[in-house]
Design a protein around this ligand. Sequence first.
Ligand SMILES: *Cc1c(COP(=O)(O)O)cnc(C)c1O
Length: 360
Amino acid sequence: MHSSTKQHNFSAGPAILPPSVLKEASQGVRNLNNSGLSILEISHRSPEFDSIAKEAEALVREIAGVDDSYAVLFLSGGASSQFFMAPMNLLGENETAAYLDTGVWSTKAIKEAKNFGNIEVLASSKDRNYVYIPKRFKKPKDAVYLHMTSNNTIYGTQFQKFPDVEAPLICDMSSDIFSRPIEANKFGMIYSGAQKNIGPAGVTLVIVKKDWLGRTDRNLPSMLNYMTHVEKGSMFNTPPAFPIYVLMLTLRWIKQKGGLAAIEKMNKSKARLLYKEIDNNPCFHGPVDKKDRSLMNVCFLPTKKEFTAPFLEMCKNVGISGVKGHRSVGGFRASIYNAMPRRSVQALVNVMQEFGKKYG
Ligand SMILES: *Cc1c(COP(=O)(O)O)cnc(C)c1O
């Protein structure tokens, strides 16, 4: 890849990774740590891979402050498999779980959970096509857990604060994991597909309270039972070895950047830059309630429909890719995950300003 052909990549997912990670991952494909072997060719039970998997877990624990009362698992099947695995493992047939509906991903989680127990949807922002985060909802009574989606990738909303409830939280953090400090011990379970903020597609990070497992007496297929993966250290079957390797490299990068507090600072600075332009530019506006705006996925709409095509064209001409909005929202979406450099956000702001001068 020649640097002059490198795009400003605003893709929502799979998404941008740090250049140093891409470089090292390519090296690992050819010759892993001077072993003369490729990461793609070695046994997942080899000492080389064992040390990668151990380092990945240790970095998750260190970066997010996850103690030994939690298991850290690297599974396959995407975040979407956790929509059913969580209730299948944790919710008894006659028990109730509470859910917050903040968009497509929550809706899917709710649909799957209904196969396993009573599901109470405490609040939904569907009435305004999910452009806000519901703040007030009745406290879940006797709920085994409260499930939520911390960042709504499609609509560009994000919980700024986690709800204060008695029930343990299960949180789908697929699009904002490790973008800000978290109080891991507030959660019963956290899960995330890697492909937005911490690696390539193919591995799903699951952090789950150990004493919570085995709480239902449901008969589970081994592969779908968290216990199996806890007991076998995520090596019951062949794990997604290459994605775990790249995830580990990405976590090293996060640590080297100064950890989650430093990452959050950069993310806030990038988001501020872009939202400021959206609010000041006559050609664009932001559909999301300001206090609920996401630091990761920045949605903005054209003030006139006919702006859409020429703006995308102008972006393309300066090497900006991935800013077309999701089909259910329209307009534009710039995903500015951890690895997105500030100068790429500035490049987008520059085009918006140029567009504003021409059409505003
Ligand atoms: C992308 C995404 C998913 C789906 O993840 P898969 O790994 O494709 O199953 C789930 N939840 C959220 C919040 C997402 O952004």
